[in-house]
Design a protein around this ligand. Structure first.
Ligand code: IPT
Length: 993
C-alpha cells in the first residue's frame, strides 16, 4: 500500500514557488493565523480522524511551535525530543518509515475579516512544517506538502466566503519519506514550527518579484532590473512601475535602470528602498546593489577579494527548538556582528526568511543552504541514496527551487548551497542546473561531491591546515579524475565547516585564519557551529539544565555531539566566541619580534577611520600613560607602530608593564552601525615593555617541628616532607600532576592519530597519579629537599620529582618552592599538563576571590590564546569556571605572574611566579586553574548543575598545558601546542597574607 506520506513526489495542490517580501513591506492584506490551535497527537499517521472533525474538546497548542516542546522545560505531554547526528532513528528502508509515527492533528477556524479585499485570490501560507503535512478546509483535502524549512502556499480562494467560519485541518506526521532527505545533525522536532497566515493576492498584483541589482565597481554604477510576475492561475509578466526615489529612478518592470550608487557589502550594508507597484499592489523592498563573481580562482564581491569569516548557524532556542522569535534572530545577528563574524552558512536549510532580512540590513554574507541532508545513507556506503536516485530528482529540484525563489532578492545571499552531507549523484547536477537557470548571478556551493564538477567553489569540511595550505597554493593532491581535477584547481576554496567548537575549543583558529590572509584562493570558512543545542529541562528538584542527546531517554542517540557551539545554549558567549572575535578582528594588531606591533586593516572596502587606535601603558590595571595613534589605513593595507620614544617607562616592579593598543569604534561612527555600541573593540594587541623584577633569592632556614616534621615559612611539612598545612589550611593533595578532566576534543582521536588523548592519559596512569616520597632532608643552605616518584598504577611511566622548600627570610610568612620534575618510564604520546596540584581544605572555596596578573580576562590555552591579553583581573572562584554544557577542563589562565587568593574568612595566600621552564625553555609565569571541586568530579559530571563544591579549593599551578585542538570532528592539537612528557621546573613564592 502506498501511503501519502511515503510517496516520493513534490508537494501536491500547492501554489508555485515565489518570492517572500519582508513582513510589512507591501500593502496586500495579510492575516496571521498564529496563536492557539486545537491539537491532538496520535501514534500513527492513519489517525482515523476525519478532516471535517472540528476537534471540539481537544488540547490547545501554540502555533508556531514543536509539539515535543509544548510543556518545556517541565513537562513533555506530546513525546520528547530525540537527537541523532548521522544515523536515522528508524530502519533505513526508504521511502518507508515506521508505523509508529507520532502524528499531530491541528484545527483552527478561518474567518476572513470584514475588510478583506474582494476579488483576487487568497493563499494559505505555511513558512515551515516538520515533516509532512496535509491541508484541508471544511473537510476537503486541498494539498499535501513537505520540505520542513521551506514555504508552502495553498490557494484557498474558492473555499472561503467572507464573514463565514471555516475549518482548517492540518495533519502533520513526524516521519515521512522526506525524513530521509532531512537528516541534519539536530534534534528531531515536529510540527507547525513557523508562522501560518492568509495572504491576499490582488488581481494584477505582485505575486512574484525578481530583483536583479548589480554593481559595477569600475564605474560605480548600479544596475537594477525588477521583473514582476503573477504565479499560479494567471502566470505571466505583470506590468509594474519601479521607482527608487532616493536615486531619482523611475521606470517599468523589466527595464534596466542605472544610477551611481553606493554598493552593498557586509561591511557597509547600504540598502535602497525600491518601490514596485501596479494599480492594485505596492511593495517596497530594501535592495542592495552588489555583484558576486569568481575571477582567476578568487571569490570577489564588487570586484574585491573578500574573506568569509563565518559561522554555521542552526536555528536554535533552548525552549522553542527551531521555532524562533524575531527577537532571537536579531540577537544572533547582533552577536555575530559584535564578534566580527561577517558570514553565515544557514546550516543546513533555508532559515526563517526574517533572518535574511536582518542579514541584509546589518551586513552578513550568507550561504543559503537547501533543506537537504541524507547523511544516514553513508553508514551503509550510500546505498539507496536519494541524491543519486531518479525517483527523487523532482523532489530535490523542487526544494532548491523553492529556496531560490523565496530568497533571491536578498543582497546578503552570496552563494547558493545545494545541501549538506548528501553524497554524490545525478541529482546534484539536476539541482545545480535548476539553480543556474533560476539565478545565474550567484556561485553554487556543495561540499558533498569533492569532484566539484557541478559547483563554482571547491568546498571541504575540517581539512587540516597542512592541506589547506597546499590548496591555497594550488598544489593539493590531485583528485582521482583528471578532468575534474583540472577544473577544480581553477576554483576558489572554502571551508564550509572548520574548527569544531565542541566544548572547550576550538583550538587552532589562528592557524586557519593566517592561511586565509595569505592565499587569495582561500575565500575563508565557517566555524562549526554557532550555538550548543542544549534544550532546557528541569531535574527532579526543579533545577534547570541544558539537555543533550540521551537526556530524554532516547534508545539511539549521539549524546553531547549536539553541544558544539560558540554560544552556550542560553546564548552566553563561550570563551571560544571571544577567541573567534579576536581572530576575526577586522583591525588586527599583532606583536612582531622586533618590539613593534603590526596593524592590519582587513576590511575589503573600508578604511580604518572609524577605528580609533587607543594605547595605554599599564601595569596590571594601573594606567601609567595613555594616548592615541594617528593612523588611518586603506582597505587591505598595514603599518608598523611602536610605543612613543618618550614613553615614561617605570622600573621593573612586581607586575609586568604592557603597552596595549586597541582599535575602538568611536562614538560618531557607532551611530552608523546599528549593531555596535561606541567603545566596541575592533582589534587589540600588545607588547610587554617592562618585565617584572625577578624574585630575590630566599635566605631563610627551614626549622624542625616537635613531631619530626618541618616548618618552611607558611608551610608545615611532615617528617617525610609531605605538605600538611599551607597558610593555616590543611592540605588534602599536593603533588605533580599531568592529567586534566577530558575535553570533548581530548576524548576523540584526530583522524591521523591512533588514540584519543584522554585514552593515552588513562593508559599512562595519569588519571590515578599518586606520590611515593623517598627522602626529605634539610640542607646546610637552609632549604628542605624532598625527592619523590609520582606515577599511576599498572605502568612504569611517571615523574621523578625534586622539591625544594626555603623560607624567604627567617620568621617570614613566605616560602620559595622549586619543583624539578623529570619524566621516567615509557613516554606517553602527550600529557595533559605539567605542573602542581594543590587542594586545600576550604569549606567556602567557591566564595574565595582571586586577583591575578597574567593573560586574561578569560581562559586561554596554547592554541586558543589570541583573545587573552596581559593585565590584571579579579573574580570569585565561582566565576572562574566556564559552564560548558558538558563539563570538562576549563578556566586555565596563562602567563600568570602573580595571584592573590582571599578566602571567605579574610585570610589569604599570594602566589608569585619565579623561573618556569619546560624542556629547558623558559616561560612567562605559570598557568593557573582554581575550582571548588576536583578534576575527577569535573570529568565525571554530565551537566554543570551536577557539580557541587566539595569543601576544598583545588588549584593547578602548571608550567604548561596541552592545547585543545578540534579533534571532536577535525584535526587534533597542532605540534606547536602539543605537550610531551618533558622535564619541567616551576618556582613559585607562596606567602600567607
Ligand atoms: C559535519 C556535518 O555537516 C555537520 O552537520 C555536523 O554534524 C558536524 O559534522 C559535526 O558536528 S559532517 C562530519 C562527518 C564531518
Amino acid at each position: 500500500m502506498t501511503l501519502a506520506h511515503e510517496t516520493v513526489a513534490p508537494p501536491d495542490g500547492v501554489v508555485p514557488p515565489r518570492f517572500r517580501p519582508p513582513a510589512g513591506s507591501g500593502d496586500a492584506a495579510v492575516l496571521s493565523l498564529d496563536g492557539e490551535w486545537r491539537f491532538r497527537l496520535f501514534p500513527e499517521a492513519e489517525t482515523g480522524v476525519d478532516p471535517a472533525d472540528p476537534g471540539a474538546g481537544w488540547d490547545r497548542l501554540a502555533v508556531p511551535g514543536h509539539w515535543q516542546l509544548a510543556g518545556a522545560p517541565h513537562a513533555w505531554p506530546y513525546g520528547t525530543p530525540a537527537y541523532t547526528n548521522v544515523v536515522f532513528p528508524f530502519p533505513v528502508d526508504a521511502p518507508h518509515v515506521p508505523h509508529e509515527n507520532p502524528t499531530g492533528e491541528y484545527r483552527t477556524t478561518l474567518r476572513l475579516p470584514a475588510d478583506w479585499p474582494a476579488g483576487g485570490r487568497t493563499l494559505l501560507r505555511f513558512e515551515g512544517v516538520d515533516s509532512w503535512f496535509q491541508v484541508a478546509v471544511d473537510g476537503e483535502v486541498l494539498a499535501t506538502s513537505h520540505g520542513s524549512r521551506l514555504p508552502t502556499e495553498v490557494d484557498v480562494t474558492a473555499h472561503l466566503r467572507p464573514g463565514e467560519e471555516h475549518l482548517l485541518a492540518v495533519r502533520v506526521t513526524q516521519w515521512s519519506a522526506f525524513s530521509y532527505v532531512e537528516d541534519q545533525d539536530q534534534w528531531w522536532l515536529s510540527g507547525i514550527f513557523r508562522s501560518v497566515s492568509l495572504e491576499h493576492r490582488p488581481e494584477g498584483g505582485l505575486d512574484d518579484v525578481r530583483v536583479h541589482a548589480a554593481y559595477d565597481h569600475t564605474t560605480g554604477t548600479g544596475t537594477l532590473r525588477v521583473d514582476a510576475a503573477a504565479v499560479g492561475g494567471a502566470a505571466g509578466a505583470v506590468a509594474a512601475r519601479v521607482a527608487v526615489p532616493e536615486l531619482g529612478l523611475d521606470g517599468a518592470a523589466g527595464e534596466e535602470l542605472t544610477a551611481a550608487v553606493e554598493p552593498w557589502s557586509a561591511e557597509r550594508p547600504r540598502l535602497y528602498d525600491v518601490v514596485v507597484s501596479t494599480a492594485t499592489e505596492t511593495v517596497t523592498l530594501a535592495v542592495g546593489f552588489r555583484t558576486v563573481s569568481v575571477e582567476d580562482g578568487v571569490f570577489l564581491v564588487n570586484g574585491r577579494p573578500v574573506t568569509l569569516r563565518g559561522v554555521n548557524r542552526h536555528e536554535f532556542d533552548p525552549l522553542r527548538g527551531r521555532s524562533l522569535t524575531p527577537e532571537r534572530m536579531l540577537e544572533d545577528v547582533l552577536l555575530m556582528k559584535r564578534h566580527h563574524v561577517n558570514a553565515v552558512r544557514t546550516s543546513h536549510y533555508p532559515p526563517h526568511p526574517h533572518f535574511l532580512d536582518l542579514c541584509d540590513r546589518y551586513g552578513l554574507y550568507v550561504v543559503d543552504e537547501n533543506d537537504l541532508e541524507t547523511h544516514g545513507f553513508e553508514v551503509d556506503g550510500w546505498v539507496g541514496n536519494p541524491t543519486d536516485d531518479p525517483a527523487w530528482t523532482d523532489v530535490l529540484v523542487d526544494r532548491v527551487t523553492r529556496m531560490v525563489r523565496r530568497d533571491a532578492h536578498h543582497p546578503s545571499v552570496v552563494l547558493w548551497s545545494l545541501g549538506n552531507e548528501a553524497g554524490r549523484g545525478r541529482n546534484v547536477a539536476a539541482m545545480a542546473q535548476a539553480v543556474r537557470d533560476l539565478d545565474p548571478t550567484r556561485p553554487i556551493h556543495y561540499e558533498g561531491d569533492w569532484s566539484s564538477e557541478h559547483v563554482d567553489v571547491y568546498s571541504r569540511m575540517y581539512a587540516p591546515t597542512e592541506e589547506v595550505a597546499l590548496i591555497g597554493q594550488g598544489v593539493e593532491p590531485p583528485f582521482e579524475r583528471a578532468d575534474a581535477d583540472g577544473r577544480r584547481r581553477t576554483l576558489p576554496f572554502v571551508l564550509c565547516e572548520y574548527a569544531h567548537a565542541m566544548g572547550n575549543g576550538p583550538g587552532g583558529l589562528s592557524d586557519y585564519d593566517a592561511l586565509f590572509d595569505r592565499y587569495p584562493r582561500l575565500m575563508g570558512g565557517f566555524v562549526w557551529e554557532w550555538i550548543d543545542h542544549g534544550l532546557t529541562r528541569t531535574d527532579d528538584d526543579g533545577v534547570e539544565y541544558a539537555a543533550y542527546g540521551g537526556d530524554f531517554g532516547e534508545a539511539l542517540h549521539d549524546g553531547t555531539f549536539i553541544a558544539d557551539g560558540l554560544l552556550l545554549p542560553d546564548r552566553t558567549p563561550s570563551p571560544g566566541l571571544t577567541e573567534l572575535a579576536a581572530v576575526y578582528a577586522p583591525v588586527r594588531i599583532d606583536p612582531r619580534d622586533d618590539g613593534s606591533l603590526l596593524v592590519r586593516n582587513r576590511y575589503a572596502f573600508r578604511d580604518s577611520g572609524h577605528a580609533e587606535l587607543r594605547w595605554t601603558l599599564h601595569r596590571g590595571t594601573e594606567e601609567l600613560a595613555a594616548g592615541t595613534l594617528d593612523l588611518v589605513l586603506e582597505p587591505g593595507t598595514e603599518a608598523v607602530v611602536r610605543p612613543p620614544a618618550d614613553l615614561p617607562l617605570p622600573e621593573p616592579g612586581t607586575e609586568p608593564v604592557w603597552w596595549t593598543v586597541r582599535a575602538v569604534l568611536t562614538e560618531p561612527d557607532a551611530l552608523d552601525e546599528p549593531w555596535a555600541a561606541p567603545g566596541l573593540e575592533l582589534g587589540a594587541g600588545q607588547l610587554l615593555v617592562v618585565d617584572r623584577a625577578p624574585l630575590a633569592a630566599p635566605s631563610g632556614r627551614v626549622t624542625t617541628t616537635d613531631d619530626g616534621g618541618f616548618r618552611a615559612g607558611p608551610a608545615l611539612l611532615g617528617p617525610r616532607g609531605e605538605l600538611r598545612t599551607l597558610a593555616g589550611r590543611a592540605v588534602h593533595t599536593f603533588r605533580v600532576d599531568a592529567w586534566r578532566a577530558a575535553t570533548d576534543n581530548d576524548r576523540k582521536p584526530a583522524r591521523w592519530q591512533e588514540q584519543a588523548d584522554a585514552e593515552t592519559w588513562y593508559r599512562a596512569g595519569l588519571t590515578l597519579l599518586g606520590e611515593r616520597v623517598e627522602a626529605a632532608e634539610a640542607g646546610d643552605d637552609g632549604a628542605l629537599r624532598v625527592t619523590s616518584r609520582v606515577s599511576g598504577p599498572a605502568v612504569r611511566t611517571g615523574f621523578d620529582v625534586r622539591t625544594r622548600w626555603q623560607p624567604v627570610g627567617d620568621g617570614a610568612d613566605a616560602v620559595d618552592l622549586v619543583v624539578d620534575a623529570r619524566p621516567v618510564g615509557p613516554a606517553p604520546r602527550s600529557v595533559a599538563r605539567l605542573g602542581l596540584l594543590l587542594a586545600l581544605e576550604e569549606p567556602r572555596a567557591a566564595d574565595a576571590r582571586v586577583r591575578w596578573a597574567g593573560l586574561g580576562p578569560e581562559e586561554s590555552y596554547a592554541d586558543s590564546a589570541r583573545a587573552a591579553l596581559g593585565g590584571a583581573w579579579e573574580h570569585p572562584v565561582a566565576d572562574w569556571q566556564t559552564r560548558y554544557t558538558h563539563p570538562q577542563e576549563n578556566g586555565a589562565r596563562r602567563g600568570v605572574t602573580r595571584a592573590e587568593l582571599t578566602f571567605a574568612d579574610g585570610s589569604g595566600l599570594r602566589i608569585e611566579a619565579g623561573q618556569v621552564e619546560v624542556a629547558g625553555r623558559p616561560r612567562q609565569g605559570f598557568e593557573l586553574s582554581l575550582r571548588p571541586w576536583s578534576d575527577r568530579a569535573l570529568d565525571q559530571a554530565g551537566h554543570p548543575h551536577e557539580l557541587v563544591p566539595d569543601g576544598r579549593l583545588w588549584l593547578h599551578l602548571d608550567a604548561a598545558q596541552h592545547g585543545v585542538g578540534s579533534a571532536a570532528c577535525g584535526p587534533g592539537v597542532l605540534p606547536d601546542a602539543w605537550l610531551h612528557a618533558a622535564p619541567f621546573r616551576l618556582r613559585v613564592r607562596l606567602t600567607a597574607v
